[in-house]
Design a protein around this ligand. Structure first.
Ligand code: HEC
Length: 118
């Protein structure tokens, strides 16, 4: 029976292939930790943020935990580090948050994804 075998081909051949391809397509770019740290350093982010240690700003671990279930985290934080919003410091004073020195969108996203992976 020709039609039956073509359904079987579809079920066991084409559909798994589509699933496999979509899984590959959904795989995010790997994070380049070295580039992220270099950019954080050259933009003096690490002066106020430790990976584990609280400085003037919260540690990147604390930030990552806070945004763990937020699907908009990347976009929210990219905006945070590019638009200089007013932030409150522990002593109560407010100032514009530092923006990144490098404006390359891929480098910025890479840094934010690295922060969120801490
Ligand atoms: C002068 C100190 C200082 C520098 C420099 C600084 N930050 Fe911050 N950052 C802070 C403070 C303080 C907060 C907390 C703001 C708040 O809780 O409202 C913060 C918050 C953040 C957050 C969390 C924002 C949120 O919405 O929860 C991220 C991400 C961040 N900083 C990344 C960076 C990056 C990347 C750089 C380098 C461009 C940087 N920071 C440089 C002080 C600093």
């Amino acid at each position: 029976m020709k039609s039956r075998s073509s359904i079987i081909t579809l079920l066991f051949g084409v559909i798994p292939m589509m699933v496999a391809f979509s899984a590959v397509a959904a795989e995010p770019e790997p994070i380049d930790a070295n580039a992220a740290i270099k950019l954080a350093r050259s933009s003096s982010c690490l002066r106020c943020h430790g990976v584990n240690k609280k400085k003037e700003g919260p540690s990147y671990k604390v930030i990552a935990a806070f945004y763990a279930n937020n699907k908009d985290a990347e976009d929210v934080l990219i905006e945070h580090v590019t638009t200089g919003p007013k932030v409150k410091f522990t002593d109560g004073h407010k100032e514009s948050h530092k923006s990144l020195a490098d404006k390359n969108p891929e480098q910025i996203r890479n840094l934010i994804r690295w922060i969120l992976a801490q």
